[in-house]
Design a binder for this molecule. Structure first.
Ligand SMILES: Cc1cc2nc3c(=O)[nH]c(=O)nc-3n(C[C@H](O)[C@H](O)[C@H](O)COP(=O)(O)O)c2cc1C
Length: 135
């Protein structure tokens, strides 16, 4: 087992979401691979409010426990997989909010893979996940 931490982010939150069984399947496959420590962040359970921090995340001067908890999870990851629905041709609001909340928690240059759909609003220097591996 390597020391690499893979964080699987379940980005859909709606009741009956297909993303949950897809994520469970993926987690089993990833654990079977054996090359990572696999953990899951389900945005339905993270329950992050719409951005409620007073400072830009690059300062890491978080005021709220939910932001500290979330940013620690993100910071601990070496790579990400987004189980991400496409809603109205783009990224869903929960993932956009989660990315905004932690956008500079050391995420630059870590590999990201979007397992479903596209996330054009997340494409950029820090988070890039247009259905291909990036770094
Ligand atoms: C509000 C809403 C908007 C959607 N918009 C798109 C879309 O723009 N393009 C697309 O291919 N599918 C779209 N879909 C289909 C979803 O991608 C599909 O239902 C997927 O299973 C959603 O993931 P979830 O089940 O984990 O929520 C949309 C579904 C919903 C509920």
């Amino acid at each position: 087992m390597s020391d690499l931490n893979l964080l699987v982010i379940v980005a859909s939150t709606r009741p009956g979401r297909a993303g949950l069984p897809v994520s469970r399947w993926f987690v089993d496959v990833a654990k079977g691979h054996g090359g990572f420590h696999v953990s899951v962040a389900d945005l339905a359970e993270e329950n992050l409010p719409l951005l409620d921090e007073p400072y830009h995340p690059k300062r890491r001067n978080y005021q709220n426990e939910h932001t500290k908890r979330w940013s620690e999870k993100v910071a601990a990851a070496d790579a990400f997989v987004f189980i991400n629905p496409e809603y109205n041709y783009g990224i869903g609001a929960p993932l956009k909010n989660a990315l905004t909340t932690s956008t500079t928690s050391g995420t630059t240059s870590r590999p990201a893979w979007s397992a479903t759909g596209q996330c054009p609003a997340a494409s950029g220097r820090t988070w890039r996940c247009r259905g291909r591996r990036t770094r």
